[in-house]
Write a protein that binds this ligand. Structure first.
Ligand code: NAD
Length: 524
């Protein structure tokens, strides 16, 4: 666990990655402050959860209206902290959150309300069952920098509408946008202690994991996810882990080359490749391979790289130097092992501190890091395959399993292959954009994580299930209570036959044998 002094050591800087301009500096929140705030959240949460769901939904609706009013301002703020083009900030962040607020407003009442559970077991027919969904209490959310608004906001809206208090620890690289989210939620009517933001780095995150939160929703790298899972296991803290990906794109022999190559270029380079669902590996049927790779290189050459504030920019910078170095090392490793760089493969220092040219690689193999490790940068490595079975084997030959895509003119064929791919989501003839479907659950298998966010499954992650069993015949002792003996055993054998014997005759005999149990007095 981080100590106070460790936590307070360095400042948190919000920097524009396109220019290197320092936007603002923050003191990181200390462990003591984290614990005090979690305490305040615990104190405030009961009143919040006692509100009718409809009252919380009204606040979500107000949040949605306020966000809509400020859509362009928020998109600009996101661009200044992440470098992504403003139109991407608008579509993949602001719009995603507006629609998530709409989805939770429309669906939370029906998902969260008590649900009757009919009992089929004859012995339990006198009881009525109900599922009750209760908020966990205080939910900690730790989020990354690549979608600094849509990721924490969608998770927060689900947690809040279910009646939880939320403590958000945003990425240390995107604190400003998280504070803007807080300002909007507070203005919409969420009490300040019910939603709190802690600016800080991994130490602050670690303090939050070790605080008295009731559940954690973490989005970030596999390495951090593993550390968090270990800490959470020690205290049996429930967690949702949304981790990295290495999404394969499968282009079948009947795919439309023009559509699929445009999809590959967008899917690999959107947000400069820094999307958990971005196309990280592309497998193309050998018959299309040459034409497809040439089309990708030609289309990549047309992309305009620059500051995301310029509406003409297609691609912005990477978030920081460390990310750039990782991309460089993977491309270099591929080059040394025989990959061909069709376009890109170099820094663009002429544009600013963190720009890397969108890169298309051919002749890659699974011996290269670029095909095995998450790249999280603007690189599209393309490899040929000969048969569907080989394509599936290559797609599944990965530690990750977040998303995947299959490209074909035959939808049924695509859907059949999708079932064989180990991934949380498989898209047919599109990539990445499933994150914008509020109804769709988001999450991975294998090293890509545990649990789901978004959609009704994401909402279910924010509640504990309580089973309420209520006996209708409260004046009657249960026939299975004490007073065992040979006669009772025989009656019960008959009862089991009544319910499960193979023939109707045996069931009838069982019914007659067990009938006497109804007048049983028992001994206690
Ligand atoms: P990261 O793991 O470095 O950091 C994520 C968050 O964890 C940050 O807020 C960071 O401060 C915090 N953190 C770091 N160490 C911690 C610790 N020991 N205890 C608690 N918190 C700690 O990831 P990143 O670089 O911010 O984000 C990129 C990664 O996130 C990529 O791997 C990407 O694939 C993944 N990601 C996944 C999804 C998804 O939904 N599956 C979405 C977006 C990003």
């Amino acid at each position: 666990m981080a100590t106070e002094t460790q936590i307070a050591m360095h400042k948190i800087a919000s920097v524009n990655p396109a220019t290197g301009e320092l936007l603002r500096e923050f003191e990181p929140v200390t462990e003591a402050a984290v614990n005090a705030a979690v305490g305040r959240a615990h104190a405030a949460q009961p009143a919040w959860s006692e509100l009718e769901v409809q009252a919380r939904i009204s606040i979500l609706n107000q949040f949605r209206r306020l966000l809509h009013d400020k859509k362009s301002e928020i998109a600009r703020l996101i661009t200044s902290e992440t470098g992504k083009p403003q139109v991407e900030a608008l579509l993949t962040e602001v719009l995603v959150v507006l629609d998530a607020a709409r989805f939770y407003a429309e669906n939370s009442y029906s998902v969260l309300r008590d649900q009757a559970v009919p009992h089929a077991n004859l012995a339990m027919k006198t009881k009525s069952g109900q599922l009750i969904r209760e908020p966990y209490g205080v939910i900690g959310i730790i989020s990354p920098w690549n979608y600094p608004f849509s990721i924490p906001a969608t998770e927060t809206l689900a947690a809040l509408v279910a009646g939880n208090a939320v403590i958000l620890k945003p990425s240390e690289f995107t604190s400003l946008i998280a504070l803007e989210l807080a300002a909007l939620l507070w203005k919409a009517g969420v009490p300040k202690d019910v939603f709190q933001v802690f600016v800080g780095d991994g130490n602050t995150g670690s303090a939050l994991v070790n605080s008295s939160i009731d559940k954690l929703v973490f989005t970030g790298s596999v390495a951090t996810g593993r550390r968090i899972a270990e800490a959470a296991a020690a205290r049996l803290l429930p967690v949702v882990l949304e981790l990295g990906g290495k999404d394969p794109m499968l282009v079948l022999d009947d795919a439309d080359i023009d559509v699929a190559s445009s999809g590959a270029v967008w899917g690999a380079f959107v947000n400069a490749g820094q999307a958990c669902l971005s196309v990280e590996r592309c497998y193309v049927h050998r018959r299309l391979y040459q034409t497809f790779t040439e089309a990708c290189a030609r289309k990549t050459a047309k992309l305009r790289i620059g500051n995301g504030m310029d509406p003409e920019s297609d691609l912005g910078p990477l978030i920081h130097e460390r990310q750039l170095q990782n991309v460089e090392m993977q491309v270099e490793d591929a080059r040394l092992r025989g990959a061909q760089v069709l376009i890109g493969g170099l820094r663009r220092t002429d544009l600013g501190p963190n720009f890397y040219a969108p890169t298309v690689l051919a002749d890659v193999t699974h011996q290269m890091r670029i095909m095995r490790e998450e790249t999280f940068g603007p690189v599209l490595p393309i490899m040929p395959f000969d048969t569907e079975d080989e394509a599936i084997r290559l797609a599944n030959d990965s530690d990750y399993g977040l998303g995947a895509s299959v490209w074909t003119k035959d939808r049924a064929r695509g859907e059949a292959l999708a079932r064989r791919i180990h991934a949380g989501t498989v898209m047919i003839n599109d990539a990445v954009s499933c994150f914008g479907i509020s109804e769709a659950p988001h999450g991975g298998v294998k090293a890509s994580g545990i649990g789901r966010t978004h959609g009704t499954f994401g909402l279910e992650e924010m509640v504990r299930i309580k089973y309420l069993d209520s006996d209708r015949l409260q004046g009657m002792k249960k026939v299975w209570w004490y007073g065992y003996g040979e006669g009772f055993k025989r009656q019960m054998e008959g009862f089991v036959d009544l319910m499960f014997a193979r023939s109707w005759g045996q069931r009838l005999r069982g019914a007659l044998r067990s009938a006497g149990v109804l007048s049983r007095k028992g001994k206690i």
